[in-house]
Design a binder for this molecule. Structure first.
Ligand code: BES
Ligand code: ZN
Length: 608
């Protein structure tokens, strides 16, 4: 049968799942997860039905009404897709629901942290499902083309609490105190354990399924926003993100009502592999965005923007990923423009433009991945994650905005969102909608070249930003040994430094790097962007003086944005650097999320 999505075993003809009722038991002693999933299909079905799984052991599949077993088999794992779970639903009585029970102790989505890894007296566990890891938590139609509602019971140690990208319904004890709720399944709930109940009643793509369990406390920072974090960072986080409500209002003005009721933020342990993840109702964030200078607002603006572009309108498959990230990058910059001003937005656009050019250069030998809509058959989305969908997508939308003018484009965007909300769409649907609503646009912009072409189209535009230009000039002066003056850098935050360091020519000599650091102490910066950009430059320049700092950093942080450049710089610079990178990885491996482990391993094997 025709596949629906190159990254899923779901076929195009059988009904898809519309609801999942999950029970998940988290065992911290063995770092394993045991669960059951009651799947509801969009229509009764007989015969073969295919689900996605990865690293799951399937214990049973039964018809929940008759309790009769459903025959099933699990295929050998494909390195990208995982294992296909093939069920044979009875021919005589079509089923509209299936009950599965399963376990895993090596889920690619789930990271268990010991207390020392979590830098806490308590252990921690959290998920990261985008792009194709939800299948390693529970068997599902793991394609964004399928939208599901769900309920979930999380059985966890009573010393911890659970949060989810869903509505919290109740926390219930096996032995309820007065007024408390009793556990829905008293046999299942033993002393020392509690059950947290959640409900998601809006349909979401499976990659937005998310939970975290640990010693988590919270502060309210707005009428619909609460910051959740460990007790040691929660107050700092609450200060950093105090401008969130203003951003939600800006988003609503630009893109229409905020439809997810709550916009809470969860600050995870240092191992979280991304800057931010747009899990609905509760964005997941790395603690590295807390800098004390409100710079974290950009990441929050981005994840907030996904509430409209990504979570309301979702890419149908990963080939349409630019619909999520390009639109969100555009929307993020519009929000930043409102709350932080035009100059800051222009600087972000400038940084994005550089990133786009650098990435196209990186994919010189694999131009397919410079397309807005690449072919992803057989390709692991984690292996080709890049700035292309973000920045080429941004450039495409900005090009359309320049053509039609901002007022017309804003009206178009609002209509696009209200037309397709709670749907998963492909690039062709977007293009058809664009042509229908902006008649003649295809004669003004080469839409096919933008969507199907490689590289950067000739009508893309380098943004104009005074700060950006000034930094470029300063960077070019470094060649003659001239450093920026104290007064020039006084107002710089991480982004300015990052841009400056990136613009220095790639053959900075070691003494220059040392001199720059002696003056501005970049290797000790509290700002991870600055510190990592500097260490990458200095190590690439051959300064062994920074190996120790690189090691400390790599053992402290799990965000892939920092692991990638540091491991690559070490692995590329010398045999000694290569050996060091291997040793650091062997020692730090368990502190990284499984997705990050995969990324570091591929860097190390590329430079073996
Ligand atoms: N959805 C992405 C993160 C992601 C992408 C996870 C693909 C897994 C697969 C998120 O919205 C994102 O783009 N995060 C950025 C933030 C930045 C662009 C402000 C990040 O983590 O760096
Ligand atoms: Zn994003």
């Amino acid at each position: 049968m025709a596949p629906l999505d190159p990254h899923s075993y779901a076929d195009g003809e059988s009904p898809l799942t519309t609801h999942v009722a999950l029970t998940l038991y988290l065992d911290f002693a063995t770092c394993s997860l045991h669960g059951s999933a009651l799947l509801t299909l969009s229509a009764p079905h007989s015969g073969p039905l295919s689900l996605d799984t990865r690293s799951l052991t399937i214990h049973s599949a039964i018809d929940p009404t008759s309790l009769s077993p459903i025959p099933f088999s699990l295929s050998p794992p494909d390195p990208v897709l995982g294992s296909q779970l093939s069920l044979s639903l009875p021919a005589e009585t079509p089923l509209s629901s299936i009950l599965l029970s399963f376990s895993t102790s090596s889920s690619s989505a789930l990271h268990f942290l010991s207390p020392s890894q979590a830098a806490s007296p308590f252990p921690y566990a959290y998920t990261q499902c985008q792009s194709i890891h939800a299948r390693s938590i529970f068997p599902c139609h793991d394609t964004p083309a399928a939208r599901i509602r769900f309920s979930a019971l999380l059985n966890i140690p009573s010393s911890l609490s659970a949060v989810m990208a869903a509505r919290h319904h109740a926390r219930c004890d096996p032995v309820p105190s007065e007024g408390g709720l009793s556990c829905p399944d008293s046999l299942w709930c033993a002393p020392g354990r509690i059950v947290e109940q959640f409900v998601m009643d809006q349909p979401i793509p499976p990659y937005l399924f998310a939970f975290a369990v640990g010693h988590i406390v919270y502060r309210d920072i707005g009428p619909r926003t609460r910051v959740y974090a460990g007790p040691d960072v929660v107050d700092e986080a609450a200060r950093e993100f105090s401008g969130t409500e203003e951003m939600i209002r800006a988003g609503e003005k630009l893109f229409g009502p905020y439809d997810w009721v709550r916009f809470d933020l969860l600050v995870l342990p240092m191992s979280f592999p991304y800057g931010g993840m747009e899990n609905p109702r509760m964005v997941f964030l790395t603690p590295t965005v807390i800098k004390g200078d409100a710079a974290g607002a950009q990441v929050v603006a981005h994840e907030l923007a996904h509430s409209w572009t990504g979570n309301l309108i979702t890419n149908k498959t990963n080939e349409d990923f630019w619909l999520n990230e390009g639109f969100t990058t555009y929307a993020e910059r519009r929000i930043v423009e409102v709350v932080q001003g035009e100059e800051r937005a222009a600087l972000n656009m400038g940084i994005g433009w550089r990133g786009l050019n650098r990435t196209v250069e990186r994919f010189r030998d694999n131009m397919e991945f410079t397309k807005l809509k690449p072919c992803m058959q057989g390709v692991d989305p984690d292996d080709v994650y890049s700035e292309i969908p973000y920045e080429k997508g941004f450039q495409f939308l900005w090009r359309i905005e320049r053509q039609v003018g901002r007022p017309v484009f804003d009206e178009f965007t609002k209509k696009y969102i209200s037309t397709f909300k709670f749907q998963s769409i492909d690039t062709e649907t977007f293009i058809d909608f664009l042509k229908a609503n902006v008649p003649g646009i295809e004669n003004q912009i080469d839409l096919r070249l933008w969507v199907e072409g490689t590289g950067i189209p000739p009508d893309a535009m380098e943004p104009v930003s005074a700060v950006y230009n000034k930094i470029k000039t300063l960077a070019s002066e470094f060649k003659n040994g001239q450093m920026p003056g104290e007064d020039e850098v006084a107002q710089w935050n991480g982004q300015e430094w990052e841009l400056y360091l990136e613009n220095l020519s790639s053959n900075v000599d070691p003494s220059q790097a040392l001199a720059l650091d002696a003056r501005y102490r970049l290797s000790e910066s509290r700002d991870w962007e600055v510190k990592v950009a500097f260490l990458e430059l200095a190590i690439s320049a051959g300064c062994k003086e920074y190996y120790a700092e690189a090691e400390r950093s790599l053992k402290q942080v799990g965000r892939m944005k920092y692991l990638r450049p540091l491991y690559t710089a070490l692995a590329k610079c010398s045999d000694e650097g290569k050996m060091l990178a291997r040793r650091i990885y062997a020692e730090a491996r368990n502190c990284y999320h499984p997705i990050a482990q995969g990324v570091v391993e591929s860097i190390l094997s590329k430079h073996a």
